[in-house]
Ligand binder design. Structure first.
Ligand SMILES: *Cc1c(COP(=O)(O)O)cnc(C)c1O
Length: 373
């Protein structure tokens, strides 16, 4: 969390819940991905709102994140995508009923040890396979051996099979999606041959919206819940239904002043006023995760209109051009994300200025102090 600043992140958990309901009409059974503090939106309020809308399954990152969510949602299925990293994690999974994703044999050993030590009910795990992401997971050829090991390990109970898509949001790479689907089908067949028939999950937001072949039994949307179209600026952009933004970020204006033509602004003098201008200094900078890469590129919303960023973003201040916006005064709020009316800045737009994706915009700006609306 970033403290000691005047940046305000306003989150509307009900908007996330409404996006959940819209997305549910595309899939069948959704696992709401709320890892990384619900993509910077706030884990507990967001997950509670989704639960109120009927959500029963949640995916967090770490086991500790799952334990925090367990207190708020006593009966939901909570899945830890990063798995149990050590014995403490494995014990916490047992104690709090968190389902860790097992991605390699050491995970397996940890969970088995915790289950036997706890002497409680058998521990639920999810088997994760790498079908092409090149990151976490058992290799596809290990499926048969895993099936056999499970039969010999009564303390562990597999409840699902997961894999993750690498290119679902890239129309030109649809062939690779098909390859991953084929690979997961082969894994499921191997497990079935070993007597194990489990619900499967492959789709992220883009898979859910653009690739019905990836739906299997459970779908795992993240970014779309938070209102960003994972297919934005691609040929498939309109496969995403209209979604609502749930995060707005603003900061107060510290000072407003006039400068003559030719005046320079901020470090390095990278901006020179082409005409007499009125400039507003906003209390947000790269220390508040408003990237310096936004210098001379981004805009904010002031008084319902777009105010371009001029000059370099500083540590805790950024200057915007309010020449054409009448009546701007110190204390007015400038929106760096969202804002009132048609001028609102979308996460996709801010991400493009920033040279990144909405995921990173949400996670980083969400580190600032949040208020619920
Ligand atoms: C983050 C994540 C998701 C959600 O992906 P989005 O692109 O945000 O929909 C799904 N599954 C796994 C394993 C993830 O890590």
């Amino acid at each position: 969390m970033i403290g000691y600043n005047a940046v305000r992140v306003a989150v509307d958990p009900a908007a996330v819940a409404r996006n959940f309901v819209r997305l549910r009409s595309h899939g069948c059974d959704l696992v709401a991905v709320v890892k990384a503090d619900a993509y910077g939106h706030g884990l507990v309020p967001v997950a509670k709102a989704i639960a109120q809308a009927g959500g029963r399954r949640f995916a967090v990152g770490t086991v500790a994140e799952g334990v925090s969510l367990r207190q708020a949602l006593p009966t939901a299925q909570i899945i830890a995508l990063l798995g149990a990293m050590d014995m403490d994690d494995a014990r916490a999974c047992q104690r709090w009923g968190i389902v860790p994703v097992a991605t390699h044999w050491e995970h397996w050993t940890l969970m088995e040890a915790a289950a036997e030590e706890g002497n409680g009910p058998c521990a639920a795990i999810i088997l994760k396979f790498d079908t092409g992401m090149g990151r976490l997971g058992f290799a596809p050829h290990e499926a048969a051996a895993l099936g056999r090991r499970l039969r010999e390990t009564p303390s562990l109970r597999a409840v699902a099979v997961f894999s993750h898509l690498a290119t679902a949001d890239v129309p030109d790479d649809a062939d690779f999606v098909a390859e991953q689907v084929g690979c997961l089908r082969a894994i499921l067949a191997d497990l079935a041959a070993a007597g194990l028939s489990l619900p499967a999950s492959l789709a992220n937001s883009a898979g859910l919206l653009a690739h019905p072949s990836t739906h299997f039994d459970l779908q795992r949307p993240g970014i779309a819940l938070y209102g960003a179209n994972p297919l934005a600026s691609t040929a498939w952009e309109d496969r995403c239904p209209p979604l609502e933004a749930a995060m707005q970020v603003d900061a107060p204006i510290l000072q407003v002043h006039e400068v003559p033509a030719g005046a320079s602004v901020s470090y390095g003098r990278t901006f020179r006023a082409p005409r007499p201008m009125r400039l507003a200094v906003v209390a947000v900078g790269y220390a508040d995760a408003y990237s310096r890469g936004l210098s001379n590129r981004a805009a904010m919303v002031v008084g319902g209109r777009r105010a371009p960023v001029v000059g370099r973003v500083c540590m805790q201040m950024t200057v915007v051009d309010v020449t054409d916006i009448p009546g701007v005064r110190p204390g007015d709020r400038a929106y760096l994300l969202g804002g009132p009316g048609a001028a609102a800045i979308t996460a996709t737009e801010l991400a493009a200025w920033w040279g990144t994706i909405p995921y990173e915009v949400f996670c980083l700006l969400g580190l600032n102090p949040r208020v619920l609306v």
